[in-house]
Design a protein around this ligand. Structure first.
Ligand code: TXA
Ligand code: MG
Length: 314
């Protein structure tokens, strides 16, 4: 088991010694190591059982650090950083030679973001290096949104888990590729596309890549619990035979238990509760569930993206 607490100093000590730390962010918990040290980054791949072709996101303490770890940074990157960092947006840029190949799986681009969580920002400010951190879950499973989720699955491989409470956003960051001629959206996430587009203008998407994926979070099956999942459109009436997970309101005629993600009717609340609910299906050994999807707009699109991948055939 990992030590667990809210000491930034203890987390820093582990990372300075070359060990792994669990770190809270506003999106999901990360499994962090020194992004500049190949042997330490390798520990992340081993602990997660992550395929070597899946590059990591590098977490920075501030936007000004972009200059150290990326080259040929377009004006759009600075503009987006000013607008949305710290926050749930990851930018893919051409990498600087300081970033080792293993961190980017050999790609000449690097994914960068400044996370919005006071403990992790304090940690990043103390450290003399940025942190490579994928979501702290075994590859292909649901991302963790509490320190206890991290402990349960990866505690054996981690020196210290920095407990920052439940994640407020609850979905991974939105990923935007700015390394090519025009911006391309690679992953829907915590920053809704509509809001991003107020700065970038209309975006092209490249969201599913099953062969040689450039963002494996985009494999058809990912974020998947063991429970079999059947999806139903927002507001529709499911067959009512199975355990149900619903967005905002109970379905009066259902015979089986229903879990409501957001009794307050807010999509943000549903997003922050989603991954814990998917895990709970497995914790309670529920074999099959009916899940109502969100409305296909704003954060609802990212929720539905995760639900489709969670339900996809493996
Ligand atoms: O919200 C988040 O982004 C969380 C927290 C911990 O920051 N991290 C996260 O990491 O979701 P991960 O590893 O589970 O997903 C990162 C995704 C992967 O699908 C990876 O392929 C993509 O980012 N990615 C990383 N570097 C890339 C690159 N150079 N080009 C394209 N995609 C990249
Ligand atoms: Mg992940």
């Amino acid at each position: 088991m990992a030590r667990l607490g809210d000491s930034v100093a203890e987390a820093a000590q582990c990372l300075l010694k070359g060990e792994l730390a669990g770190i809270p962010t506003e999106t999901v918990y990360g499994l962090a190591a020194n992004a500049l040290q190949p042997e330490e980054v390798l520990k992340i791949y081993k602990a997660k059982n992550r395929p070597a072709f899946d590059p990591l996101i590098v977490h920075l303490s501030s936007a000004s650090e972009m200059e150290k770890y990326a080259v040929e940074i377009p004006d759009m990157a600075w503009k987006l950083a000013r607008e949305f960092w710290p926050g749930p947006l990851t930018l893919v840029l051409k990498k600087s030679p300081l970033i080792p190949d293993i961190t980017t799986s050999g790609s000449n681009t690097v994914a960068l973001r400044v996370p919005s969580h006071p403990l992790t920002l304090a940690l990043l400010q103390q450290l003399p290096f940025p942190l490579a951190a994928p979501s702290a879950n075994p590859f292909g499973y649901v991302s963790p949104t509490t320190a206890a989720h991290v402990q349960a699955q990866l505690g054996h491989a981690i020196c210290y888990i920095l407990n920052g409470g439940p994640c407020t956003v609850g979905l991974e960051s939105t990923i935007l590729d700015l390394s090519g001629a025009e911006p391309v959206l690679l992953r829907l996430g915590g920053l809704p596309r509509e809001i991003l587009e107020t700065v970038t203008g209309k975006l092209t998407e490249r969201l599913t890549q099953n062969s040689n994926p450039s963002a494996p979070g985009q494999l058809d099956s990912h974020y998947a619990p063991g429970c079999k999942i059947n999806l139903y459109p927002f507001g529709s009436e499911p067959p009512l035979k199975l355990h149900q997970l619903r967005m905002f309101s109970v379905w009066p005629k259902a015979a089986m238990p229903q879990w409501i993600l957001a009794p307050d009717g807010r999509t943000e609340t549903a997003a922050s509760a989603l991954f814990a609910a998917l895990r709970r299906l497995d914790e309670e050994s529920i074999q099959e569930a009916e899940i109502e999807m969100a409305e296909e707009t704003g954060l609802g699109r990212a929720i539905n993206d995760r639900l489709r991948r969670a339900a996809a055939k493996r």
